[in-house]
Design a protein around this ligand. Structure first.
Ligand code: NAI
Ligand code: MG
Length: 354
């Protein structure tokens, strides 16, 4: 039987606190379903700078390359936020690692648990049942095209660039995921004005021919942004480029209510990288009150996307659902109707899910 190598990188602040519970859930899944998971740990960010002087130590890089999947927490420390002139910085560790691993697809589920309908600022009747899976491309677009200034600095440009190959590989991932869901893909672009979007659209149409059982719709970014909050339930899988995806996923996070509930996966050709979308939250670090559910839901993504363990992934999501149904909340997702005894800290919440 294949032994799965899982690298756990807690990072800084609540990153460490919540990742400990993601790891505990993985151990539990390993023993329940008899999967041989082997764990190792590594440093990143501020913790790594303190210990080695580098935000991305050689050892971390080596272990990352040797792993089948990485469970990450968050990096960041107020020291750097308050002093932008510091040259060696925690985020260099995270950006450097993502780049070294060649991660090209970011997957972000936006699922609103019924129990948290009131935690969002959008009306419950619009949100109820919303369940969207984003595929955002990570290596192309204006972020990586040529950028420069001219006219003595008074004009600037960023080139929006995509290759067919880049669009193809993420499109396949999105269609494959749609097959395991409601079988609908919305591809988001701006093909009425942008040439790179026209190539995007042509390529997605070509890939779609291999998935005749999946319904494909094209949506312009402006109308997609509107429809996302007007009628989020119409979407199943959303496939989009780096810039449009950056904006849409932040917009969509409001559907889920709290930062403490959202997980993400970044996939490359070798190892996968799984993390909550939140940061190291220095305002609550060390208090034992951070919500571990985003890390635990990251574990569900890891099981599904790196190991193809759909049943195991579902059982993790169901455990989270059941815990919420039983009324348990961390402070960030509690409301005025939550009884005091149901408001749990990180540890009690993690134990409840397990
Ligand atoms: P943040 O996500 O750490 O916190 C934003 C707010 O949400 C805070 O009030 C925090 O208490 C709350 N929050 C976040 N996660 C929570 C959880 N699991 N449970 C309960 N409450 C939660 O973002 P912020 O404050 O902008 O950044 C803090 C540090 O994290 C900075 O150093 C920043 O650079 C870093 N950061 C790191 C990221 C990463 O490692 N991927 C992503 C975003 C920020
Ligand atoms: Mg963003």
């Amino acid at each position: 039987m294949k032994q799965y190598q899982i690298l756990v990188i807690g990072g800084d602040g609540i990153g460490n606190e919540v990742t400990a519970w993601g790891k505990r859930v993985l151990e539990e899944i390993g023993s329940l379903y008899e999967h041989p998971f082997a764990f190792d740990t590594a440093l990143l960010g501020h913790a790594a700078i303190e210990a080695t002087g580098s935000p991305l130590p050689e050892e971390t890089l080596r272990k990352a390359h040797g792993s089948d999947a990485i469970l990450f927490g968050a990096i960041g420390h107020p020291k750097y936020d308050n002093d932008p002139s510091l040259k060696v910085r925690p985020e260099q560790g995270l950006l450097g690692l993502r780049k070294a691993l060649g991660l090209y697809t970011n997957i972000r589920p936006i699922k609103l648990f019924d129990e948290l309908l009131n935690a969002s600022s959008i009306k419950p009747e619009i949100l109820k049942g919303a369940d969207i899976l984003f595929f955002r491309e990570l290596t192309g677009d204006v972020y990586f095209g040529e950028k420069a200034r001219k006219d003595e600095g008074k004009t600037a440009y960023d080139v929006m660039i995509y290759s067919k190959y880049e669009v193809e590989r993420i499109a396949h991932k999105a269609f494959q995921a749609a097959r395991r869901r409601r079988k609908i893909v919305h591809s988001v672009d701006k093909a009425n004005v942008l040439e790179s979007s026209r190539l995007w659209r042509e390529t997605v149409n070509e890939v779609a021919m291999q998935y005749p059982d999946v319904e494909l719709h094209h949506q312009f970014i402006d109308s997609a942004a509107m429809l996302l909050i007007k009628n989020p339930r119409m979407f199943d899988v959303i496939l989009t480029g780096n810039l449009f995806g950056d904006i849409l996923t932040d917009e969509a996070s409001q559907i889920a209510g709290s930062m403490g509930m959202l997980a993400s996966a970044s996939i490359g050709d070798s190892t996968g990288f799984y993390e909550p979308i939140h940061g190291s939250a220095p305002d609550i670090a060390g208090k034992g009150i951070a919500n571990p559910l985003a890390s635990i839901l990251s574990v569900a993504l890891l099981l599904e996307y790196s190991f193809g363990m759909k049943k195991e992934a579902e059982s993790v999501v169901e455990a989270v659902e059941k815990t919420l149904k039983e009324g348990y909340r961390t402070i960030d997702i509690a409301d005025n109707n939550t009884p005091k005894e149901k408001i749990l800290g990180t540890k009690a919440m993690g134990e409840q899910v397990i």
